[in-house]
Design a protein. Structure first.
Length: 240
């Protein structure tokens, strides 16, 4: 075991998980007994904040005080800029108060775990997300046992052409161009991805090399395939 491995904090319950990479999200708590409690909410509303009340509600339902949390896990994307910003900031603040470990879970792993159509799927799959201007963010994942977590294969990245490697399934929403969903070597089924906080919680407790685990909440960062539009506009503003 390397020095870096020894320094990685443990991931254990009570654990709070937050999912807000999409418009609809939620929170989940795994209590000290291993029981799962969930609540759903909408993110990015202008008229009211449903996120923090939802987090407070699921903690109360689980009988867990925020100060006793050992871990706070959150989907770190790719996903909606506003939702990721809100959920990651909430995770950081709660973890800071509780002195809890933070766990960043890549959105592709959440999608593979939460999508019902992949419940019995084995082999290699592709998750396409963050579509823009004829491109998308591609993540390959695989597993050889349904009792195991999906693991990322290789390095995710932006693609602008059909895949040339076989897979058993593709996850892609309606925004991904159809030409990117097609494969040049196979014709896998295409499913719309699902995301939920319960999956984030299960993945975090399951551990693995794809998780971003930090003792310092400030180190938790989102996965942005491209520079956020708000940042791009700020950089391109006229000099005064």
């Amino acid at each position: 075991m390397t020095e870096e491995d020894q320094a990685t904090p443990a991931v254990e319950g009570p654990l709070l998980a937050i999912e807000l990479s999409q418009r609809s999200g939620g929170a989940a708590v795994i209590d000290a007994s291993g029981d799962l409690h969930t609540v759903g909410f909408e993110g990015g509303r202008r008229d009211r904040d449903d996120v923090l009340p939802g987090i407070h509600a699921v903690l109360a339902r689980a009988g867990v005080a925020a100060s006793t949390l050992r871990c706070v896990a959150v989907d770190v994307g790719p996903g909606g800029f506003t939702g990721l910003r809100i959920s990651i900031a909430a995770a950081q603040a709660i973890a800071e108060v509780a002195n809890a470990t933070v766990v960043g879970v890549p959105g592709a792993v959440v999608a593979a775990t939460a999508t019902p159509a992949l419940g019995e799927t084995l082999g290699e799959i592709v998750v396409l997300s963050a579509a823009k201007a004829g491109t998308a963010w591609r993540t390959r994942l695989g597993r050889d046992d349904t009792d195991r977590c999906w693991r990322i294969i290789g390095d995710p990245g932006i693609i602008d052409r059909p895949d040339d490697r076989a897979c058993v399934a593709v996850l892609a929403d309606e925004h991904v161009p159809s030409e990117l969903v097609r494969s040049t070597v196979s014709d896998p089924p295409v499913h719309s991805p699902s995301f939920d906080a319960a999956a984030v919680a299960r993945i975090a407790l399951g551990g693995g090399p794809d998780l971003l685990v930090h003792a310092d909440p400030a180190r938790l960062m989102p996965i942005y395939p491209r520079e956020p539009e708000a940042v791009r506009r700020w950089r391109s503003r006229p000099a005064r």
